[in-house]
Design a protein around this ligand. Structure first.
Ligand SMILES: *[C@@H]1O[C@H](CO)[C@@H](O)[C@H](O)[C@H]1NC(C)=O
Ligand SMILES: *[C@@H]1O[C@H](CO)[C@@H](O)[C@H](O)[C@H]1NC(C)=O
Ligand SMILES: *[C@@H]1O[C@H](CO)[C@@H](O)[C@H](O)[C@H]1NC(C)=O
Ligand SMILES: *[C@@H]1O[C@H](CO)[C@@H](O)[C@H](O)[C@H]1NC(C)=O
Ligand SMILES: *[C@@H]1O[C@H](CO)[C@@H](O)[C@H](O)[C@H]1NC(C)=O
Ligand SMILES: *[C@@H]1O[C@H](CO)[C@@H](O)[C@H](O)[C@H]1NC(C)=O
Ligand SMILES: *[C@@H]1O[C@H](CO)[C@@H](O)[C@H](O)[C@H]1NC(C)=O
Ligand SMILES: *[C@@H]1O[C@H](CO)[C@@H](O)[C@H](O)[C@H]1NC(C)=O
Length: 335
């Protein structure tokens, strides 16, 4: 026999009132259509302890891990989504495109997530930040991503993406991280062409990219540039220059072959790694004007001539395995 039968209809009302008033402060504001989309995403993604809080009976704006709303006291539109660490072994569900007001989407560490980036993602027209990292997603970086013109950060690092980097990115995008994939081909000359800011970050470390650095990179003011661990060759001098804003310039482990003698270094550069290339010439003493060097590595190249006198405090490994560099911290130059 149900114990509810012992309550009169009125005491049930009272309970309902007490319940609703105690819940009043956190009245459900999560937009129903967003909640339904999130529950569809959860059921497609399989098990993740992080999504255990995604329960239909609670408010997604307050209680769901990795979910954020614009103004939870009124509209309850989901604008922020961070999904991490599931053991899903299927594709990224296309219902990921069913959150129309999303501005920030981060999908991280799903090592068994496979298949392509779904085209439905382009429905997220307000997206500003897109990160899909640490998955086994494969296939090309399709041109449809370029239609998402509100994106400022595109992080597709640490997946299994292949093919060329499309040249169609324009608009606001200025942080692009494609490191640790299987990308090949040349860098498109049109990259960052229409972006005038000085906060450009470009990371393609650990791919199979080849060819030369486009001449158009001369006018780009990179803040962080990481081209390490690829097959680039030729001249990379266009990314240097005293007037540039660069903080990091990382070119190691390529086949760059150019003369370093006359180029100058961005004054606020904190990290320079040009090791494991075929770079020639001598080190311009302008390098001793740098304001805040954190790390430097010029080893395994074909450099020659005296180490500038202001660099004697560096470890000799910074200059090791070159053709004929000499002087403190290396052995003295023959006079
Ligand atoms: C994922 O992990 C959960 C909990 O450990 C387990 O119950 C489930 O079977 C796993 N699913 C797959 C597809 O491995
Ligand atoms: C959702 O929460 C309710 C109430 O706390 C609970 O009874 C139910 O088991 C939960 N559902 C899931 C799928 O965890
Ligand atoms: C969530 O709850 C609503 C209202 O209680 C219901 O209509 C809907 O079917 C539920 N969704 C799921 C996936 O259980
Ligand atoms: C991914 O799949 C492999 C092979 O099926 C399995 O051994 C591993 O536990 C899975 N990883 C996760 C995080 O689910
Ligand atoms: C792009 O974002 C801005 C706010 O940053 C917003 O006002 C605008 O509507 C968005 N554009 C599109 C196409 O959604
Ligand atoms: C790349 O992704 C794998 C799988 O999710 C993760 O274990 C690894 O830590 C990630 N590597 C980096 C550099 O983030
Ligand atoms: C780019 O991706 C790699 C690998 O996921 C990560 O270690 C790095 O912090 C990311 N960010 C930038 C700015 O390169
Ligand atoms: C420079 O890059 C090489 C090759 O990728 C790496 O072994 C070395 O540790 C890096 N040096 C510094 C100072 O980070």
């Amino acid at each position: 026999m149900s114990s509810l039968r012992t309550f009169s209809p009125c005491s049930l009302c009272a309970i309902a009132i007490v319940l609703s008033s105690s819940l009043h402060l956190v009245a459900s504001v999560c937009r129903e259509s967003d909640k339904a989309a999130l529950l569809r995403i959860k059921s497609s993604l399989g098990y993740s302890s992080r999504m255990a809080t995604w329960n239909n009976s609670t408010d997604c704006c307050y209680y769901w891990y990795g979910v954020g709303c614009d103004n939870p006291t009124s509209t309850g539109k989901v604008i922020f989504l961070w999904i991490t660490e599931s053991n899903t072994s299927g594709p990224l569900p296309s219902c990921i495109g069913d959150l129309p007001d999303l501005t920030h989407l981060e999908i991280a560490n799903h090592p068994n997530l496979t298949g392509p980036i779904p085209k439905s993602i382009t429905k997220l027209r307000n997206l500003d930040y897109l990160a899909i990292t640490g998955t086994a997603l494969s296939g090309k970086i399709q041109r449809f991503l370029c239609k998402m013109t509100n994106i400022s950060t595109l992080d597709l690092s640490n997946n299994s993406l292949s093919g060329k980097i499309p040249g169609c990115f324009k608009g606001r995008v200025h942080v692009i991280n494609l490191s640790q994939n299987r990308l090949s081909g040349h860098l498109p000359a049109s990259l960052f062409k229409s972006y005038m800011g000085t906060d450009i970050s470009f990371n393609v470390r650990g791919n199979q990219l080849s060819g030369k650095i486009p001449q158009s990179f001369k006018t780009i003011n990179f803040l962080d540039l990481d081209l390490s661990d690829n097959q680039f060759h030729g001249d990379a001098s266009v990314v240097f220059g005293e007037s540039k804003v660069a903080d990091y310039i990382l070119l190691s482990n390529n086949k760059f072959d150019f003369d370093l003698s006359s180029l100058t270094y961005p004054l606020y550069m904190s990290w320079l790694n040009i090791s494991h290339n075929k770079i020639r010439g001598s080190i311009n003493p302008q390098i001793t004007k740098l304001q805040r060097v954190g790390g430097m590595d010029m080893s395994y190249n074909r450099l020659c001539g005296p180490v500038p006198s202001g660099m004697s405090a560096y470890d000799k490994s910074v200059f090791a395995h070159n053709k004929c560099l000499c002087g403190n911290p290396l052995p003295p130059c023959d006079s």
